[in-house]
Design a protein around this ligand. Structure first.
Ligand code: SF4
Ligand code: SF4
Length: 376
């Protein structure tokens, strides 16, 4: 299996240049972690890369190393593949929050139960069938789990619907929706992802939707980049909410009121390096009169990851990466760090509340800010 991974990820082209390790945010704080050495060990030992090794769970799959590798080694896929092998070898995987988050994702493969939609605010318009569907992902669940972190994930879902309504769309929100499978997939459990994906594809077909809009870049990247590999070309378009809203502004269907302030923007790894969406979130922020965007030194393809992924690890290393990013954001002089991903919000808010930073920058999800700029 490792031999196949080496072939598929082009690991055999590795030049041992070390650019990956030099670029890696984990290696910076955890000297024992080196993507170059992981590739080398795989090449040397073919069937023997230590699958019980803690280090295969340290990677954030942020894509920074792969984006810079001169040999185009796909280190994200290398990591995912070794995790699949480790799981097959009996490794239980690792996860944070006592396994709660991954457990509720896996639980969504069971039974035919319907999701509760009572979290949708009374003044919002949604439907059960229609041309545009809002895929909420796990936001309603995160609302419960991360309430104490000062993160209002349900509010993020509601502000997304509010903006879609303002753009003249009454989106389908389906009680038959399931988790997209991102976290199981990236932690080596492709079977759970496939079960969830089949249910989601059936749900979307039955809704009649021709376009699916996502608040979460991880859900979006799964549909855009992973589902087609397993299920063929999708029969509908996909768009991150920032793409959908920026297009609505360009068509004159959506406009914002004046809002004073300076913000900086966190490019999520899945939206940026994975899906190549950099301009639309910035166009959207630029559509608010009075709002100024200042960039962090590391932005777009160079952006630093929010420090966690897939609920795999939450160690001192993850926290140091998050604090580094919060310090960089505050250094721009902006009063608010706008994220394009609810999970970036959760991870960065968690680091900000830990108290190692004196006056943390305010962190807001993009649709929360934009809904406020509607002035309704
Ligand atoms: S950047 Fe690419 S070629 Fe260089 S050591 Fe890393 S995997 Fe090998
Ligand atoms: S994907 Fe990111 S965290 Fe993983 S080895 Fe590459 S740079 Fe490091």
């Amino acid at each position: 299996m490792l031999e196949e991974t080496i072939q598929r990820t082009k690991a055999y082209y590795c030049l041992e240049c070390g650019i990956c390790t030099g670029s890696c945010p984990v290696s910076r704080y955890h000297p024992d972690f080196s993507p170059r050495l992981m590739v080398e060990r795989a090449l040397l030992r073919a069937e023997g890369l230590a699958l019980e090794d803690r280090e295969i769970w340290s990677c954030l799959t942020c894509g920074t190393c792969s984006a810079r590798c001169p040999s185009l080694v796909d280190y994200n896929e290398f990591t995912r593949s070794t995790r699949v092998a480790a799981r097959k070898d009996g490794h239980p995987g690792v996860d944070t929050h006592a396994g709660t988050v991954l457990a509720f994702m896996e639980l969504q493969t069971k039974g035919a139960g319907e999701r509760d939609l009572s979290w949708i605010a009374d003044d919002l318009r949604t439907s059960r069938k229609g041309k545009v569907l809002f895929f909420t992902g796990c936001l309603p669940y995160f609302g419960v789990v991360f309430r104490d972190y000062g993160v209002d994930a349900v509010g993020m879902a509601n502000s997304t619907i509010r903006l879609m309504n303002a753009a003249g769309v009454r989106p389908v929100v389906s009680p038959a929706e399931r988790c997209c499978g991102h976290d199981p997939y990236w932690t080596g459990d492709a079977e759970t992802m496939k079960t969830l994906a089949r249910r989601n594809l059936r749900m979307i077909e039955e809704s009649g939707a021709r376009k699916v809009v996502f608040a979460c870049p991880e859900c979006y990247a799964m549909f855009k980049l992973v589902y087609p590999d397993f299920f063929g070309r999708l029969k509908f378009e996909v768009a991150h909410v920032t793409e959908f809203l920026a297009a609505s502004v360009a068509k004159g269907k959506l406009a914002f009121g004046e809002m004073e302030g300076t913000v900086t923007y966190q490019d999520p790894c899945r939206l940026g390096r994975y899906a190549g969406v950099y301009d639309e979130p910035r166009e959207l922020l630029a559509a608010v009169p009075g709002l100024e965007l200042v960039e962090m030194p590391r932005a777009r393809a160079e952006a630093l990851c929010c420090g966690s992924s897939g609920w795999v690890s939450c160690t001192r290393v993850n926290k140091r990466i998050q604090l580094e990013r919060l310090t960089e954001a505050a250094g721009t002089g902006a009063s608010t760090l706008v994220t394009g991903c609810p999970k970036c919000n959760i991870h960065l808010a968690c680091a900000a509340r830990d108290g190692d930073i004196d006056d943390p920058i305010e962190i807001r999800f993009v649709t929360d800010l934009m809904a406020e700029a509607l002035g309704t």
